[in-house]
Design a protein around this ligand. Structure first.
Ligand code: F6R
Length: 608
């Protein structure tokens, strides 16, 4: 969601705050702002609606001095994305930036209004500034004022405060949304994640749930939710400035699509021993052989990765998988037998609904496992066992390499489970490991189809609606293809199980409707061909993604075929994801949308 940064330094901080916000812009980009303390500890602010470049232009026209400041890039929750609603929100005594939602803000606002406080925005954040101001006016110190106010707030949030007249003091707080403290030489930092702090320091302390922190140039004092001073470990962050660079690519999304052969190889290498043909997992707090099933929960693209994995776990390990969208699961009150396995999938590890589902399962006595990309995240920290994806920082808002690395990890897990349960023999395991070893090579081959896909994207970019079809593990890919196209090109798209077509969506087919069919030549290929015949008979324009065998057998007119290399059926989701991503990417580029920062979206969804 929103991105937060704070710096107490020794050089003018406004340009540094903007630099950090650039790295956080993927979290939200409706508006942005910075506040610093200029000469004499006087608070000065610049805020701008829209992308960060608007704020930069304002700062260029009217620069801010000061060696201490806070900054924010916003994904609107309460109040339209206007300058008045942009953070920092301030009174004459405090400025605050906020990520998350204050659930009791109506009640607090009414109370403050009754005391005569006047509000300048529609945000929930501004109540925090006023609450702190009331306490400061009562004569409390900034630390005591914030300590008291935090106890009055309900909801999930991360906060950073700056106080006029106190040029060596920042206060940060974390409840539900991440916040990291960066340690420099005589300088200290606050940031929503280590990526924001990467240009300044790699020495990072992650606040834990309920923690709040007083930061000065000399260091940080962390208190827990009971205000007891606590020590939290300092770790060396792996998020180097280099890793969040776009390189020679026009968009982060393009770079991240092209990184997939490497990052999938790295991820698979972590879970597979290609030499012996065995899987290798970290020590597990549960026994695969004793499980009756797995409960999975995730959101968006991560949910589709889980949906693919359901096919693998059920087939390779004969383990039934109950999978649901986290925002539904968390309120479904699913009865669960104690001692079961609950598996959560998340790139950011901070998605509010996924985290709430995790906590529900924890309360139901489940073993908690997570497939996450950000291993310092809340979901990672609250899990009994973490299976990291080694995708590296994913900056493009539309998930690409994180998805395929989730698939790689989940496939390795399903094979390990199958072997542990005696469903797969040593020879079966070795064969599957061998198939997975081919993934980086096959992914590199799939990327070579880009020129052809770019040409097809022209047709897609002129369409109003697009249908994606697939069967088996290609069905979740159809859902993912439709999601990718919708979110970055704004073209309406639907994904369907190919066999479901005739139960309704076939009514949509006409000569204007492109239908993308994902159909490797597998054991159900024939069935998908029948569904394609049904589309062709109604004038639908088919784009078929298949392999040489599939292309030879799918003798249907009006088909444009993207021919992927032959590959073992198990690895098709990881490879067919690539042309699907490229199709959406090029359609969006042709339409001129903001590919890395599509409208209304944010990378890490820490609100419900
Ligand atoms: C789509 C996309 C989202 C995320 C979803 C879950 O391209 O990126 O659908 O997959 O918001 O996010 P994580 O994986 O961070 O929990």
């Amino acid at each position: 969601m929103c991105g937060i940064v704070g710096i107490v330094g020794n050089v003018p901080v406004a340009p540094l705050l903007v630099d950090a916000l650039k790295r956080l812009e993927y979290r939200g980009y409706d508006s942005a702002g910075v506040a610093t303390l200029e000469t004499g500890g006087v608070l000065a602010r610049r805020r701008a609606e829209g992308k960060l470049r608007n704020l930069e232009a304002k700062l260029a026209a009217s620069p801010l001095g000061g060696l201490i400041g806070i900054g924010h890039t916003r994904w609107a929750t309460h109040g339209a994305p206007t300058e008045a609603n942009a953070h920092p929100h301030a009174t004459d005594k405090v400025a605050v930036v906020h990520n998350g939602i204050i659930e009791n803000f109506h009640q607090l606002k009414d109370e403050l209004k009754a005391k005569g406080r006047v509000f300048a925005s529609d945000t929930d954040t501004e109540v925090i500034a006023h609450l702190v101001t009331v306490e400061l006016e009562r004569g409390l110190s900034p630390v005591d004022a914030v300590g008291g106010v935090l106890k009055r707030l309900t909801g999930a949030f991360a906060l950073a405060f700056l106080f006029p007249g106190h040029d060596n003091l920042l206060i940060g707080a974390r409840r539900g949304s991440p916040l990291a403290v960066g340690h420099g030489q005589g300088e200290m930092y606050l940031g929503s994640d280590a990526i924001a702090l990467a240009p300044f320091t790699d020495q990072v302390t992650y606040l834990e749930e309920g923690d709040w922190v007083v930061v000065t140039r000399q260091g940080a004092t962390i208190r827990d939710e009971n205000d007891t001073v606590v020590q939290r470990p300092m770790v060396v962050s792996a998020a180097t400035a280099f890793m969040v660079d776009r390189g020679n690519y026009r968009h982060f999304m393009a770079k991240e699509i092209h990184e997939q052969p490497d990052v999938m190889g790295r991820t698979l290498g972590q879970y597979l021993d290609f030499g012996t043909g065995r899987t290798r997992l970290p020590a597990l707090p549960f026994d695969w052989a004793r499980l009756d099933g797995i409960t999975m929960s995730a959101c968006g693209t991560a949910f589709y990765a889980g949906l693919v994995a359901k096919y693998w776990f059920e087939r390779f390990a004969r383990l039934p998988v109950d999978i649901d969208i986290a925002s539904e699961f968390r309120y479904r009150e699913t009865p669960m037998k104690r001692g079961g396995l609950a598996l959560f999938i998340s790139q950011s590890g901070e998605t509010a609904d996924t985290l709430a589902s995790l906590r529900y399962c924890r309360a139901q006595g489940q073993h908690i496992a997570a497939v996450v990309n950000v291993t310092t995240s809340t979901i990672a920290r609250e899990s009994d066992v973490v299976f990291p994806t080694l995708a590296g920082p994913e900056i493009g808002v539309a998930s690409t390499k994180a998805f395929t690395c989730q698939l790689a990890t989940l496939c390795a897990l399903a094979v390990a489970a199958g072997r542990a349960r005696g469903v797969l023999s040593d020879a079966d395991e070795a064969k599957l490991v061998q198939a997975l070893a081919e993934v980086p090579r096959l992914a590199a081959q799939a990327l070579r189809l880009e020129v052809q896909i770019e040409r097809l994207a022209r047709r897609i970019s002129k369409s109003q609606d697009v249908l994606y079809l697939g069967r088996g593990t290609s069905y979740p890919l159809a859902l993912e293809g439709a999601l990718k196209l919708k979110e970055i090109s704004y073209i309406h798209a639907e994904g369907y199980a190919a066999g479901e077509l005739k139960h309704g969506p076939i009514a949509l087919i006409d000569e204007k409707m492109p239908v993308v069919v994902i159909a490797p030549h597998d054991r159900i290929f024939e069935k998908t061909v029948s569904n394609m015949q049904e589309v062709a008979a109604r004038g639908g324009r088919i784009i078929l993604m298949t392999d040489p065998k599939g292309a030879a057998e799918a003798t249907i007119s009006a088909v444009e075929t993207i021919v992927l290399p032959e590959m073992p059926a198990t690895v098709t989701p990881m490879i067919y994801a690539i042309p699907i991503q490229l199709l959406a990417y090029h359609a969006a580029v042709l339409m001129g949308t903001d590919v890395d920062q599509p409208r209304n979206l944010a990378k890490s969804v820490t609100v419900e």
